[in-house]
Design a protein around this ligand. Structure first.
Ligand code: TXA
Ligand code: MG
Length: 317
């Protein structure tokens, strides 16, 4: 890991490393982000491993401009209004994703919506242009720690897992972006931030719904409602798949299975398994089976996040 001052060389190196599938931390106007190519599932899985998050929370995709956002997601009229008023800036919009854009399922935790933001930080914008790909980036801190607002905070939390930290000094806002869901009929404020509810209402010319819960706390990460829920039932710790079941396998030794199956990682690699998880659930769920039988997955490292997601899927009745 290296900390480098945000000059041209550092920004170009950051862009090159992101495009190559590595993790790069960079400043935005809100907090430092831990970035990865959003179209590279393995790179995105490495974000979760680095943060030590015990669950998969959908991530924000950062792009350099609104035109690029339109290639990734549908900007309905309310979204266009908010983008015109607040982008670039500390506002994240939850939008209906365009499947053809190739955003990894792990970025959105399998959802049909994607959170997108165009940062106003000049360094962030130049990193995004240098990368040439949409960049998924949660706040660059270990899970449970406060968000990093200085390069040294990132280094303290993530030294072993990030290739490069681009140091742009302390971040101006020091608070995560406002998140508004504009994927449905009525805009919903999911997380308060520097763009306030009053500012949003003035731009939209309408009252905006606040999501339930404590407005002082960011909206509950990893909630079931913010995840794709399979239609089929999910059976855990399976050592066989019965008739009418699909098999979600892991590792080299798998039971016989006559129905559809998907091996998350034939070599037993948890990063690969995490990268494949949401795509696998979707593929198997699309086969019309009544249940998905899931082999046991080691509960260590990223396995804990995989098992958390699978337990939620199994309980989602
Ligand atoms: O200011 C920020 O937003 C910073 C900087 C780095 O840009 N990023 C950040 O990311 O705060 P993170 O991962 O810490 O927070 C992302 C939030 C989570 O609460 C997540 O649940 C929500 O965005 N989110 C992401 N995609 C979503 C979706 N499709 N639907 C609903 N919520 C979503
Ligand atoms: Mg965070």
């Amino acid at each position: 890991m290296r900390i480098v001052t945000a000059d041209d060389a550092a920004i170009n190196e950051g862009g090159r490393r992101l495009a190559a599938g590595e993790l790069v931390a960079f400043p935005t106007e809100t907090v430092y982000g831990l970035g990865a190519d959003a179209t590279n599932a393995r790179a995105v899985a490495a974000i979760y491993a680095a943060k030590g998050r015990p669950s998969f929370n959908p991530l924000i995709v950062h792009v350099a401009d609104t035109a690029t956002a339109r290639r990734i997601a549908v900007l309905a009229p309310h979204a266009e209004t908010l983008a015109a008023a607040f982008w670039p800036g500390p506002l994240t919009l939850v939008l209906v994703r365009k499947a053809e854009a190739g955003i990894a399922d792990l970025v959105t935790a399998g959802l049909d919506t994607v959170a997108v933001r165009v940062p106003s930080s000049d360094i962030a914008r130049r990193v995004l242009l240098a990368a040439g790909c949409p960049v998924a980036a949660p706040s660059a801190n270990r899970s449970g720690h406060v968000s990093a607002t200085e390069a040294s905070h990132v280094a303290e939390d993530l030294a072993g897992s990030v290739a490069l930290i681009i140091d742009g000094g302390p971040t101006p806002h020091g608070l995560e972006s406002t998140i508004v869901d504009v994927s449905g009929e009525c805009p919903v404020l999911l997380r308060p931030g520097a763009v306030t509810a009053e500012m949003l209402e003035a731009a939209l010319g309408m009252v905006i719904t606040r999501s339930g819960g404590d407005a002082a706390k960011p909206s509950a990460p990893g909630q079931l409602s913010s995840h794709y829920a399979p239609r089929a039932t999910v059976r855990l710790e399976a050592d066989e798949a019965c008739d009418g079941e699909a098999l979600l396998a892991f590792g080299a030794t798998i039971p016989d299975c006559t129905g559809p199956s998907f091996n998350l990682s034939p070599t037993g690699d948890l990063i690969e398994a995490a990268a494949n998880l949401f795509t696998a659930l979707r593929v198997l769920d699309g086969k019309g089976v009544t249940a998905i039988a899931v082999m046991a997955i080691p509960d260590e490292g990223l396995g804990a996040a995989i098992n958390d997601r699978l337990r939620r899927a199994a309980a989602a009745r």
